[in-house]
Design a protein around this ligand. Structure first.
Ligand code: PBG
Length: 323
């Protein structure tokens, strides 16, 4: 035999010569849930992730930074009495997210602060947009999302991440940010966000599940890939700095397609349901948690993601240091 591929796999040093994909804490954005009260509140379907009180948020960020995580994204659990049909709490300058941003910006100026733009945590309907007669209004919603983005930018967000999937929101937010002098604030768009059942545990965490219907008139059909290219084209034209595919693991083909169609950085979101599956099987002793998690993250990078939103960020950073 002239060809013996196994020769290139015969030791760790030789395997490392031609390893194509690198995974490092630089590639992670760490999602954190915050709530208005004190202390940590466990999330039943996401063991190991808690809703954090203000002091716990500061402690968590300090620990994560020490372990090499340089970016976090914040999601708020909003009290039921503050949820309204117009989601106005989303742009309250004294709201939970702006308060967290100001404190984190002061305490950890080097930490990259990413914020979610969408109305679902603030909406009494549990939808990402404003609802009228059972329909999700697009343009009226974009007006509110713009206010939300401006509020977050004023409080110190470095990257605004619209996850709502309304048409035209990236362009509207870009224009408003620029007009207000926030030319350095980036937009990471949830470009190809699918109407996925893998968001279940996240909606438990925020009690933000839709109160009627589903999100299929704005989030994408899981059966489609070409449609992602149309969304990339629009977001790019509207001024997005980074485009995202979500979920990640079940959509590796879409990550690759997007990677090959744009020069922008590509992000991918390993969502709550992906975390829950890996965690549950590991807790049962059916999978080796460290190995499956690192493998899942390498696979997302190999598919073409530059940066990964993952609830395992802090743990994976620790594992990578000792790997
Ligand atoms: C809200 C939002 C969702 C996620 C991120 N931002 C939920 C949804 O669209 O219903 C999901 C994240 C996850 O499941 O980890 N617009």
């Amino acid at each position: 035999m002239l060809q013996r591929p196994r020769r290139n796999r015969k030791s760790e040093a030789i395997r490392a010569f031609h390893r194509e994909t690198v995974l490092a804490p630089d590639h992670f954005i760490y999602p954190l849930f915050v709530h208005e009260g004190k202390g940590r509140q466990p999330i039943a379907s996401m063991p190991g992730c808690d809703r954090l009180g203000f002091d716990d948020l500061l402690r968590e960020c300090e620990g994560a930074l020490a372990e090499g995580i340089r970016a976090v994204v914040l999601f708020p659990a909003i009290r039921e009495e503050l949820k309204t049909s117009d989601g106005r709490e989303a742009h309250n300058p004294e709201g939970l997210i702006p308060r967290c941003l100001r404190a984190l910006g002061e305490r950890f100026p080097e930490l990259v602060l990413v914020t979610d733009v969408a109305l679902d945590p603030y909406s009494s309907d549990g939808h990402d947009g404003i609802v009228k007669d059972g329909r999700i209004l697009n343009d009226e919603t974009v007006d509110v999302l713009v206010k939300q983005a401006l509020c977050q930018a004023s409080a110190g967000a470095d990257i605004i991440a619209p996850s709502d999937m309304m048409d035209g929101r990236v362009g509207a937010i870009r224009e408003a940010l620029d007009d207000a002098g926030h030319t350095e604030v980036s937009i990471l768009s949830y470009t190809a966000k699918y109407a996925s059942a893998f968001y279940g545990p996240f909606r438990d965490a925020l009690e933000s599940a839709p109160r009627f219907g589903d999100k299929k008139t704005y989030q994408m059909d899981p059966a489609n890939a070409r449609e992602a290219l149309r969304e990339v084209e629009l977001d790019e034209a509207e001024g997005a700095d980074i485009v995202m595919v979500k979920p990640a693991g079940p959509y590796l083909d879409v990550i690759r397609l997007v990677r090959d169609s744009t020069a922008l950085p590509v992000a991918a979101y390993q969502v709550s349901g992906e975390y829950a599956m890996l965690k549950a099987a590991s807790q049962q002793g059916w999978l080796d948690e460290k190995r499956v998690v690192l493998e899942s993250l390498v696979a997302i990078r190999r598919a073409g993601a530059d940066v990964i939103f993952t609830y395992y960020a802090r743990q994976a950073a620790k594992w990578l240091r000792t790997a």
